[in-house]
Design a protein around this ligand. Structure first.
Ligand code: ATP
Length: 235
């Protein structure tokens, strides 16, 4: 059995007095790719934000490689080897493509990823390295956001809404790059609206419904009927 690297136990999350996650349990093994699915507002982004140190969580709710990371700030979580590709990309508007990538590397972790490796993965970014990142198309900006996360040389990468709003051809390019990203034992959590895509790229899947895990299973073994039930809460 591969080692469990991330262990989430009884995770709750709140926005002021609104509770967005209720007792979420989840494990991620080394090298594993998990798909996180669920309807709008189910709590997928909140889960990604919680793992990344962007939400206040209770002690002991998130353990990474055996250490409690629940109380860490986002920069401290990043230094442990967890990188987020956020929903909406959140690039630095005034900086060039290359500068956005370099910022991702400032965490100083060693590993195979550097600016040249990102340009090899997404050659269009090399051509556009000097232009402001926000002048790129949405798909190219997503490539910058992925590259920026890789520059931190993470062991676990979190993709929030990896393909939302992108043209099908770009989605194809991004998914074609995934094996090169995840290879060599990196683990990934992928929030994906397209269930067929989510199933095809993942080892296991979790479905969230109104802040709770409504289904957990091996991607090749869960049925469409089970997913529909877990997704929409219908019988
Ligand atoms: P989507 O696909 O729409 O992004 P999601 O599954 O990622 O949905 P979240 O964004 O995690 O869901 O939202 C979970 C719940 O928390 C929703 O009910 C949402 O309205 C609420 N929520 C999210 N962000 C905030 C916030 N900043 N303040 C208050 N409530 C919030």
């Amino acid at each position: 059995m591969p080692e469990t690297i991330l262990e989430i136990k009884g995770l709750n999350a709140h926005y002021r007095d609104f509770q967005a996650l209720y007792g979420v349990d989840m494990t991620v093994a080394a090298g594993e790719v998990l798909a996180i699915i669920g309807a709008n507002g189910a709590g997928k982004t909140t889960l990604m934000r919680s793992i990344s140190g962007l939400m206040a969580n209770g002690a002991g709710q998130i353990r990474y490689r055996g250490n409690d990371i629940s109380g860490l700030r986002a920069d401290q979580v990043a230094a442990t080897g967890i990188a987020l590709v956020p929903e909406g990309r959140q690039l630095f508007r005034s900086l060039s493509v290359e500068e956005n990538l370099i910022i991702g590397g400032q965490i100083g972790r060693k590993g195979p990823w550097n600016v040249q490796a990102v340009f090899k993965l997404f050659p269009i970014l090399a051509e556009r390295r000097a232009v402001p990142a926000t002048s790129l198309s949405g798909g190219q900006q997503q490539m910058v956001a992925i590259g920026r996360a890789l520059m931190a040389n993470p062991d676990l990468i979190l993709f929030d809404e990896i393909s939302l709003g992108l043209a099908p051809i770009i989605i194809k390019d991004i998914y074609a790059a995934l094996p090169g990203i995840i290879g060599e034992g990196m683990s990934a959590l992928i929030v994906e609206q397209d269930i067929t895509k989510a199933l095809s790229v993942s080892n296991r899947l979790y479905c969230l419904q109104e802040g709770r895990v409504s289904l957990e299973g091996v991607s090749g073994a869960v049925s469409r009927a089970e997913i529909s039930r877990a997704y929409f809460g219908m019988e």
